[in-house]
Design a protein around this ligand. Structure first.
Ligand code: KPL
Length: 426
């Protein structure tokens, strides 16, 4: 059994599924007096855990850490109140022992919309409407301060650096920050642009739930799926810093039934992220250029063959990534065949969905393609691998082109290297 951290009774991997971690039961978290009611008795496990966290933290930062830890309120701030942000906030707020939650608003009009929506988040799942209103809200303004202990970043990738920069001074190296977004690359961007001398602990989650909007603060949880959450490994760093940090935030998310979240090892997190990247790099832009629902894509042969070209590039790039260097599973897990199976499976399961990228295009919003196919092209360049088909796809999405199935060959391979199948329209 794989033991994580130095306290054997605190957190152990469960043997049933490789890469999935499970928290030892009944760890209680305590608010500072006056903020929230204390829960149960402090157990010896709690005391041990607190001591371990303090030791872990004090190694890095001394007195400042001690103050932050000892005034822990368990509060979770949430940045980004789109569909995913609403789902996270709502499921945390309705759990048995909810944490204090602050919704961070970036614009005055969000505050107005919040008032109009009755100061509540409404989620409809399986036809049942559920609402939650136990939130504090805060309009993010220059000069504001106040320590942010736990932060969930659910903004679109495109807006992350800007949104993050307005609150970064409120984070310390004791803060836990969870990024939950499509695409990859934001953590690197935030780290290089934030100028934070010492960075907080980073978590990432991969969310497969299908959620769409009914209007401000109202969403439908249409596809109940799951979430994988884990500690993020930054490029160039062998493992995440501070094994025991972030556990509070992880546990709060894992204990929300409506999120169906599982904690995974950092290594498994990277693999899952890359698989999700490939799913999004195929389904999202192809639904844009062919202007169709997810399920309509791959029953047409030219599109299926085009996916083969895109996957060949993605597979080669991923297998060459330094972060997977020592992973013996990389070749089989990221083979073209394996990736194709995953993409087709998701396309089938989400057949009736309109992809988030097509929703963005239809609403006139910029897309996240630079963080999806753009990430593959960028990583390919770093490894000397050309990704011509992905580059062409990015160009078509950015130009707003809708392509006929019969035009796949002329758009993607005008010189005629591709087989005649590409000209067929079925
Ligand atoms: O994640 C998605 C998205 O649309 O962004 C998929 C899985 C493709 C579902 O639509």
């Amino acid at each position: 059994m794989d033991v994580i951290g130095s306290d054997e009774g605190f957190r152990r991997a469960v043997p049933h599924q490789e890469g999935i971690l499970e928290t030892a039961p009944s760890v209680q978290y305590h608010s500072c007096p006056g903020t929230r009611a204390r829960s149960n008795n402090i157990t010896s496990l709690d005391r041990k855990r607190t001591a371990i966290i303090l030791n872990d933290s004090l190694r890095g930062i001394g007195r400042v850490t001690f103050r932050a830890m000892s005034t822990s309120s368990g509060r979770i701030h949430l940045l980004g109140v789109g569909n995913l942000g609403r789902l996270f906030a709502h499921e945390l707020a309705i759990q048995h022992n909810p944490p204090p939650i602050t919704l961070l608003f970036h614009r005055q009009d969000l505050l107005d919309e919040w008032g109009k929506a009755g100061k509540k988040i409404e989620i409809t799942a399986a036809g049942v409407v559920s609402s939650s209103s136990n939130y504090d809200v805060e309009l993010v303004q220059p000069g504001q301060d106040g320590f942010i202990e736990n932060l969930i970043v659910a903004t679109k990738t495109l807006n992350t650096v800007k949104a993050f920069s307005s609150i970064k001074h409120r984070l310390t190296l004791n803060s836990s920050v969870l990024f939950t977004q499509n695409g990859m690359g934001t953590i690197e961007e935030v780290t290089s642009s934030s100028g934070l001398p010492m960075r907080p602990h980073y978590l990432q989650s991969i969310t497969s739930h299908g959620v769409y909007s009914l209007g401000p603060f109202r969403s439908v949880h249409a596809g109940f799926a799951n979430i994988a959450i884990g500690r993020a490994v930054l490029p160039g760093q062998p493992s995440p810093r501070g094994q025991l940090a972030c556990q509070y935030l992880i546990d709060k998310i894992v204990s929300s039934p409506g999120l169906a979240a599982k904690e995974v090892t950092p290594k498994e997190l990277v693999r899952l992220q890359l698989e999700k990247l490939v799913v999004n790099a195929m389904i999202n832009p192809l639904t844009v250029i062919f202007d169709c629902k997810n399920g309509e894509l791959f029953n047409r042969r030219p599109i299926f063959h085009l996916m083969g070209l895109l996957l060949a590039e993605a597979s080669q790039v991923i297998q060459s990534l330094p972060e997977l260097g020592a992973d013996p599973e990389a070749a089989s897990r990221f083979s073209v065949e394996k990736l194709e199976t995953i993409v087709l499976d998701v396309a089938e399961k989400t057949a009736k969905n309109t992809s988030s990228m097509l929703q963005d295009v239809r609403a006139g919003r910029p897309t996240e393609i630079d963080y999806i196919n753009g990430y593959i092209v960028k990583k390919g360049k770093e490894q000397g691998i050309e990704c011509k088909t992905n580059e062409k796809l990015i160009q078509l999405v950015k130009e707003g082109e809708v392509v006929g199935v019969q035009d796949v060959k002329s758009e993607f391979e005008p010189e005629g290297r591709l087989p005649a199948i590409f000209s067929s329209s079925v």
